[in-house]
Design a protein around this ligand. Structure first.
Ligand SMILES: NC(=O)c1ccc[n+]([C@@H]2O[C@H](COP(=O)([O-])OP(=O)(O)OC[C@H]3O[C@@H](n4cnc5c(N)ncnc54)[C@H](OP(=O)(O)O)[C@@H]3O)[C@@H](O)[C@H]2O)c1
Length: 314
C-alpha cells in the first residue's frame, strides 16, 4: 500500500510517499481502507519530535512509528477474530494516537472507531476524531457546561475551537469567543453570542466574568483564568513552561483548571457523529487536500491560523 513514511524527525519535508506493508491484523483490530484524513497539531509536534519529552513515547533518537497521522474515515475491509462491533463494508471514523493513518489502509483497535451514519461526507467526518473529541471532552466531560452558563472560548476559530463554540451553544450556554478579527464573522456564524478579536482587544485586561473559560489555544495566563472565570479547561499548547506555570498556579492557589489529552472514546465519537447527522454540529473545511499533499496540509496547519479544519481526500 501507499503510505507517508518518516525516517527521521523534522518538518513536513521528511515525509516521503512510499510503498510499504501493513503489520499483521490483531484480533481486536479492523482493517480500514482510508477515504479521508484530517491533520491536527499533534501531527506536526510528533513529526518534529517536539516537545522533546514526547520522544519518550514516539522514539528517543528516531521515530518509532514510521507512518504518521491520527484521524481517518474509511470503509472496513476485514475484522479481527475478536472484533464484535463492525462488519466488512461499514463506514467508520476513528483515530490512532500512535499514527498509521496517512496511508491507504490502517489496522486499528475497533474501540478507537465508530460507525458513520449514512449520507454524511467521509471527508468532513474525518475531521471529527481528535479535534471533535477534544472539544466534546472540554465542553462536556471536564467543562460540564450547564444551560445558561457564561462560557469564554479562546482560539474559537480553529479545529478544536470551532467545535467548542457549537457544542457549548448546543448545551445552552452563552458564548463569548476569542479569535483574530479576520475570523470574527466566521465565529459569529457558528453561533457565538459575542466575539472578541485578540488583535483589537487586550484579552489579558478584559474585565468580563464567566462561569467557565476554555483555552483551546493555550496562551491565557493563570491570572486571566482567575480574573475572569470560576473554573477553567485548558487543551491548547503554546509552550511547556507556560503550560506548567498555569497548571502549577492552579494547584497552588486552589483554582480549578482541568488540563487533559483527548481520550479516543468510541461513545463520545458516536455522539459527535450523531450531532453531525442531525445538523447540530458542522465541520467547517478551510481546504481539502489530495493525499499526496499531506505535507502541504501539515505545513499550513503549523502556521496555527487554520479556520476550522484541513481535510485530506485519498
Ligand atoms: N489536549 C488535547 O488533547 C489536544 C487535542 C487537540 C489539540 N490540542 C492543542 O490545542 C491547540 C489547538 O488545536 P487546533 O486543532 O484547534 O489547532 P488549529 O486548528 O491550528 O487552530 C489554531 C487556532 O489558534 C488561533 N490562534 C492563533 N493565535 C491566537 C492567539 N494569539 N489568541 C487566540 N487564538 C489564537 C487561530 O485563530 P486565528 O487564525 O483567528 O488567529 C486558530 O484558529 C493546539 O495547541 C493543539 O496542540 C490539544
Amino acid at each position: 500500500m501507499k503510505a507517508f513514511i518518516k525516517k527521521s524527525y523534522g518538518g513536513p519535508e521528511v515525509l516521503k510517499l512510499e510503498e510499504t506493508q501493513l503489520p499483521t491484523l490483531q484480533p481486536n483490530e479492523i482493517k480500514v481502507r482510508i477515504n479521508a484524513n484530517s491533520v491536527n497539531p499533534a501531527d506536526w509536534h510528533i513529526l518534529r519530535g517536539k516537545p522533546y519529552f514526547s520522544r519518550l513515547i514516539y522514539g528517543l533518537f528516531k521515530p518509532k512509528y514510521p507512518i504518521p497521522g491520527a484521524d481517518f474515515a474509511g470503509i472496513v475491509e476485514e475484522t479481527g477474530s475478536a472484533c464484535k462491533r463492525f462488519k466488512t463494508g461499514d463506514n467508520v471514523i476513528g483515530a490512532n494516537l500512535l499514527g498509521g493513518a496517512f496511508a491507504e489502509y490502517i489496522h486499528v483497535d475497533e474501540n478507537n472507531c465508530t460507525l458513520v451514519p449514512d449520507g454524511l461526507s467521509l471527508t468532513e467526518l474525518a475531521c471529527l476524531p481528535i479535534a471533535g473529541l477534544t472539544a466534546f471532552q472540554a465542553t462536556h466531560t471536564y467543562g460540564n457546561i450547564q444551560e445558561g452558563e457564561r462560557v469564554l472560548i479562546n482560539g474559537s476559530s480553529g479545529g478544536v475551537g470551532h467545535f467548542c463554540v457549537q457544542l457549548a451553544k448546543n448545551r445552552g450556554a452563552s458564548v463569548t469567543a476569542i479569535c483574530s478579527s479576520k475570523n470574527k464573522h466566521f465565529v459569529e456564524s457558528l453561533g457565538a453570542d459575542e466575539v472578541l478579536a485578540y488583535d483589537k482587544t487586550n484579552i489579558h485586561a478584559h474585565a468580563g466574568k464567566y462561569d467557565l473559560i476554555i483555552d483551546t489555544h493555550g496562551n491565557l495566563n493563570f491570572s486571566d483564568f482567575r480574573r475572569m472565570g470560576k473554573r477553567g479547561v485548558l487543551t491548547g499548547f503554546t509552550g511547556v513552561s507556560h503550560l506548567m506555570a498555569v497548571i502549577l498556579q492552579s494547584k497552588l492557589k486552589g483554582f480549578p483548571i482541568a488540563q487533559f489529552t483527548a481520550e479516543i472514546n468510541a461513545s463520545d465519537l458516536a455522539s459527535l457523529a450523531l450531532q453531525c447527522s442531525k445538523g447540530q454540529l458542522k465541520v467547517h473545511l478551510e481546504k481539502v487536500y489530495s493525499f499526496d499533499e499531506i505535507p502541504n496540509a501539515i505545513e499550513r496547519l503549523e502556521q496555527m491560523h487554520t479556520r476550522g479544519k484541513l481535510a485530506i481526500a485519498w
